[in-house]
Ligand binder design. Structure first.
Ligand SMILES: [Ca+2]
Ligand SMILES: [Ca+2]
Length: 436
């Protein structure tokens, strides 16, 4: 469904420039939003430098088959890649980051760019790339990427009433290699005025405002949507005070009335080619696009336009930040100092081991604790601990056997500590080497 709405750079040049009246800058002034993600562009080497969640930054979930990729970053020198497991091409692979310092009940925007090397829709084992956010006290929010080129992801989520962190992730089911870059977890912000049309007028969308109306029969959310009536028409809003070099994203929902009709929404006049989503669906369809401001540009023009056909509708538009300019406020190092005391999983000893090894860990508070073992492909081996434990140091021993007390073959295994507390779920993992 996501593929049907595609963003085309410079796809359709609009000829409505002549309708531009005198420009007045009425756009919303937004405080510079903060990105709570640590090392959002994978440029600082915090990514996957150790197994598990020991420090702020990126860690892998299922196997260690994730890596910093310098061949195809979206920006900078690196991106986070989900590799192919050669011994098992259908292996699922994922990585994530526990983002701290969020406010209960507050709404945030999560952004990222993702791409996948191979997608064959007729192959049931091709699942695409999932990018999203979870464990924030509400239902997981994610999108699936099937595109071979980097595609923007813009998700909105609201924290639970007692949660101060969230897991942002990339996860790939069976399929080709995939990558993601330039993550953001931002305080909710929207540079548009009246983006949901609930003020029941189009006065903030007056740049063209031609053959348009507020519609109350086809809202995507709440009561009002914006409509372009029969035939050609459109409206636009000029956003002031944007920052040169910064990448912004736009999210929106649109639909047409008749099969075969087409409507576009997007951004132009920001210093580079127009970026537009082309919508042909008769049910509201979501699109995400991104645009990077020119070196001299501080305004962008957001538009909704069609050339012909029956009425078309749009609603719930969002323009937000996606990547700070080089040297901008991107990485919030203060987050590293605000991270609450985490559980610590120490390296097992002895390691490598033959008959028995000891796994040692500290809990900074009482919590529900689970310690599980997986093989290097991420297959479950056994559970060593699954109970509530008090604060302090704990030990558990492992005899190198699986859940049925069968001896395991030599190799590397992953021990994962999972701690559920009031402030969320924290995980940490270490590699354990068994020599028979
Ligand atoms: Ca990067
Ligand atoms: Ca609305």
């Amino acid at each position: 469904m996501l593929r049907a709405i595609r963003s085309a750079k410079g796809g359709c040049l609009l000829l409505l420039g002549c309708l531009l009246g005198p420009i007045t800058l009425i756009g919303q002034v937004v405080d510079e939003p903060i990105n709570y993600a640590v090392d959002p562009g994978f440029e600082e080497g915090t990514a996957f430098t150790e197994v598990g969640v020991g420090a702020p930054g990126w860690n892998f979930w299922t196997t260690n088959d994730v890596f910093l990729d310098e061949l195809q970053p979206h920006t900078g020198n690196f991106c986070g890649a989900l590799g192919l497991t050669l011994s098992n091409p259908y292996q699922e692979v994922g990585y994530g980051q526990w983002v701290e310092g969020l406010t209960p009940d507050a709404t945030y925007i999560m952004t990222a760019f993702g791409s996948i090397d191979y997608y064959e829709p007729t192959d049931p084992m091709q699942w695409g790339l999932y990018i999203g956010v979870q464990n924030f006290g509400g239902d997981k929010v994610q999108t699936t990427i099937y595109d071979l080129e980097y595609t923007p992801v813009i998700l909105v989520f609201t924290m639970g009433s007692d949660v101060t962190g969230a897991d942002i992730f990339a996860w790939r089911g069976p399929g080709g290699e995939a990558r993601a870059d330039d993550y953001g977890v931002w305080d909710y912000h929207n540079y548009l005025i009246n983006p949901d049309f609930e003020s029941n007028d189009l006065s903030s969308w007056d740049l063209w405002n031609y053959n348009t109306a507020i519609d109350t029969q086809n809202p995507h959310g709440d009561v009002c949507a914006a409509a372009i009536l029969d035939g050609e028409g459109g409206f636009a809003q000029l956003i002031p005070n944007l920052i040169p070099g910064v990448t912004y994203g736009m999210k929106g929902f649109a639909k047409v009335t008749n099969e075969g009709d087409m409507v576009w929404w997007g951004v132009k006049n920001y210093g580079s080619d127009q970026v537009a989503a082309e919508v042909t669906q008769t049910a509201f369809t979501e699109g995400n696009i991104a645009f990077t401001m020119g070196a001299e540009n501080t305004t962008a023009e957001v538009f909704f336009w069609k050339a012909s056909g029956g009425p078309a509708y749009c609603d719930d538009l969002l323009v937000c930040k996606m990547i700070d300019a080089p040297g901008g406020t991107a990485v919030n190092r203060h987050i590293e100092h605000n991270v609450p005391d985490r559980p610590t999983l120490y390296q097992n000893y002895p390691n490598p081991f033959n008959s028995e090894t000891t796994i040692d860990y500290d809990l900074s508070q009482g919590a529900a604790v689970k310690i599980e073992l997986f093989d290097i492909s991420g297959h479950y081996v056994r559970t060593l601990v699954n109970e509530w434990q008090s604060e302090g140091n704990h030990l558990v021993k492992w005899n190198g056997r699986d859940v049925n007390e069968r001896p395991l073959s030599s190799g590397v295994y992953i021990v994962q500590l999972r701690v559920d507390t009031e402030s969320g779920v924290m995980r940490e993992s270490k590699k354990v080497t068994l020599l028979q």
